[in-house]
Design a binder for this molecule. Sequence first.
Ligand code: NIG
Ligand code: FE
Length: 420
Amino acid sequence: MILLTNIASLVTVDASGGFCKTGPAMRDIGEIKNAAILFEHTIRWIGSMEEWNSTAFREWVDVDGGEAVTEEIDCTGMTVMPGFVDSHTHIAFAGSRSHEFARRLSGVPYSRIAAEGGGILTTMKAVRESSLDEIVEIGATLVSSAVEHGTTTFEIKSGYGLSAESELKLLEAIKLIGDETPADVHATFLGAHDVPPEYRSSPDQYIDLIVSDMLPKVREQGIATACDVFTDIGFFTVEQSETVLHAAQKLGLEVRVHADEIANIGASQMAARLGALSADHLEHSSIEDMVAMREKGVVATLLPGTAYTLRLPYPNARTMIDKGLIVALATDCNPGSCFTENMQTILSLACINMGMSIEEAITASTLHGAHALRIGSQTGSLEVGKHADLVIYDVESYTDIIYHFGTNHVYTVFIRGEEV
Ligand code: NIG
Ligand code: FE
């Protein structure tokens, strides 16, 4: 068992066994000052140093008896928080889009580059030309960098293959990336990310291919737990998206949606109608959309790094939180619209540009990320019985992680109680 003592600030995000904290409760991050935490694979005990030093507690955890503490870390002057749950990434890809990034800086819109056959299709070409090993290497490198920045759980989407063979190659790569990292990795099938060149003149035939060929293979191989669709102008209509997502649900997959990013064509309403786990992006969502998502418990996953990179209006996080939505934060890490794997940066963007408080950003990036993946009973907060997925930061207070931005404050990371 490992014991962390003298922790200046222990942020638990305690939800008392629940999976989300909405409205004003999002700001209640359960901080304990001068704290201790004891764990092996799971968390055994959490409390103040005063409680820890009382003999009663020491006996209760039987530390002086059989189960000795194997390692003790003095966390004087340091902060401990749950690991980040990055519930929306596209970390499985190949190639670079730095030339398109430079064009966008000179004013060419993302949608024009996409309409010209660039954007997602640029990455698709690179993926189709790359070997499985090459894709795994890129993804594993990004995942390990993300872990060094405090992320302990990932969702990774396919979506840059856009043929049965290449989508399955990406999902296989995601599985192998998961095998290489101690972090927890959850795969999502995103065959409907864009229409591949072969089907440009008949996109409905591509939808047929997804439904009749790709989805059954994904299900048969058991390599994804959810299905996502990019429902937006220039990509897939609500009708096409609904066809794919219904088929996925029939096969027992959970669903999520890229919604209201470039324009509002009714994607988040559709997510609510289908009972999706999450609707992600939401730069253009209306109040009615927010209410619909709240009523169905759809997690509103905000990706401020994408709004920053694409210079989109930021999602209206303030209204969403005040209306009681389950707001989560994620990187969207991908080679096109947001190339960062660093969740500390995402929290800074959320606080500075979306009016979130530091406490709300912490809840959104831990507990609510876990709920978006429906693993809130295992991780996302520091509570007795949950996985010991936790991060020690070399700062006196959690506020310093946002206040002193642009640098990595991580001292060390534990995933299921193992130091990585
Ligand atoms: O989440 N919006 C759709 N998909 C990605 C972008 C992918 C890309 O540009 O490569 C996103 O932003
Ligand atoms: Fe995305």
